[in-house]
Design a protein around this ligand. Structure first.
Ligand SMILES: NC(=O)c1ccc[n+]([C@@H]2O[C@H](COP(=O)([O-])OP(=O)(O)OC[C@H]3O[C@@H](n4cnc5c(N)ncnc54)[C@H](OP(=O)(O)O)[C@@H]3O)[C@@H](O)[C@H]2O)c1
Length: 320
């Protein structure tokens, strides 16, 4: 089968089209003929080599979510899955391919009123946004700041915070145009990447959901209100500086908290329940997925180039 692998860590051009043997589903797995493949921010983080100390090696096939049709099931899996159109989480790789494997626990039937492209745009990001807000103990009336709001996780976080009755939903983004698009999704204040640029924005926030990390991360600790909570869910801007912990302790008298959040710590059945609700909400038009562009699988390097150049709002999807 045709797949795209990371031949060399670093630039998008390190992604190359390759031929791989057809995968065979193991115990508890299904095999999916892919129809659309989501291009996630995490794929770019892995491709750059940022996570090379975490078990990712060159030759890795990126891609963590796909939509398509189940063509075979492994031992122990109900054969009635065969022939069904599904959304699937493939783990931290294996998605950029004509065929992908997924654990049956991570597979959800696609509702008739939801396109595969919409499903791979909100399938993981909506769940991360939901549980990250829960991890931050967000409640109605609180002010929320979303750092890195223009990606698929940020877009879902903005919508869920607004739907959850946030008193304010501020976002960081890199242009006024992107800010306008975020306002249309529920943002009330648009800030630049440093967190400035709107004099009417709150001085401090009850909740900061941080998808960026990077060098500016400590300055956002300073924007937490007393008892405020920052939850780090992504590292698209790289790792924070070494003095991050010292900055957190310096805010001791405001009783602020910092936490990391990974959806890996949520039981698959809880993720599936939230995802099914979100798919239904998206089908009704109550939640919006933002598909930036649809490109052929072979153009994965172009998709990553566009991500690196900051062109993407929402998510690019690939078709095999
Ligand atoms: N916690 C979990 O369970 C979980 C699950 C999946 C993925 N992730 C993580 O989530 C991240 C990907 O999320 P995503 O796909 O929503 O993100 P994304 O689309 O890659 O990036 C989000 C936004 O961040 C801004 N940005 C990019 N580089 C930046 C920089 N250097 N400084 C400041 N802002 C920057 C960009 O918006 P502007 O140009 O408008 O500023 C971009 O649109 C990855 O780090 C991945 O590991 C976490």
């Amino acid at each position: 089968m045709k797949a795209v692998a990371i031949q060399t860590f670093g630039s998008p051009e390190g992604l190359t089209v390759t031929d791989l043997p057809d995968p065979v589903p193991a115990d508890g797995q299904v095999l999916i003929a892919t129809e659309v493949i989501g291009v996630g921010g995490v794929d770019a983080v892995i491709r750059r080599g940022t996570l090379s100390g975490h078990g990712f090696a060159e030759g890795h096939v990126p891609g963590s979510e796909v939509a398509g049709t189940v063509t075979a099931v492994g031992p122990g899996v109900d054969p009635s899955w065969t022939g069904r159109r599904v959304w699937a989480f493939t783990g931290l790789g294996g998605g950029y391919a004509e065929q992908a494997l997924a654990s049956v626990e991570e597979v959800l039937p696609l509702p008739a009123d939801l396109s595969g492209a919409d499903a791979v745009t909100l399938g993981s990001s909506g769940v991360v946004a939901h549980f990250a807000l829960a991890h931050a103990h967000f409640t109605a009336g609180e002010s929320v700041l979303v750092r890195g709001a223009a990606g698929s996780i940020g877009i879902m976080t903005v919508q869920l915070a607004a739907r959850g009755g946030a008193g304010a939903v501020a976002v960081t983004t890199s242009s006024a145009r992107r800010g306008d698009r975020l306002r249309a999704l529920g943002a009330t204040h648009v800030l630049d990447r440093a967190g400035d640029g709107d004099a009417t924005a709150p001085d401090s926030y009850d909740v900061v959901i941080d998808i960026v990390a990077g060098a500016d991360m400590p300055s956002f600790i300073d924007r937490l209100a007393p008892n405020g909570r920052m939850v780090a869910v992504g590292v698209v801007g790289g790792h924070p500086p070494a003095d991050f912990g010292a900055r957190l302790l310096a805010a001791f008298r405001r009783s602020v908290s910092f936490a990391t959040f990974s959806a890996d710590t949520v039981h698959p059945s809880a993720r599936q329940a939230v995802r099914a609700e979100q798919f239904a909400a998206a089908g009704r038009g109550d939640l919006r997925s933002v598909v930036h562009e649809v490109l052929p699988l072979e153009q994965a390097p172009l998709a990553h180039r566009k991500m690196d150049d900051g062109e993407v709002f929402g998510r690019i999807v690939l078709t095999p």
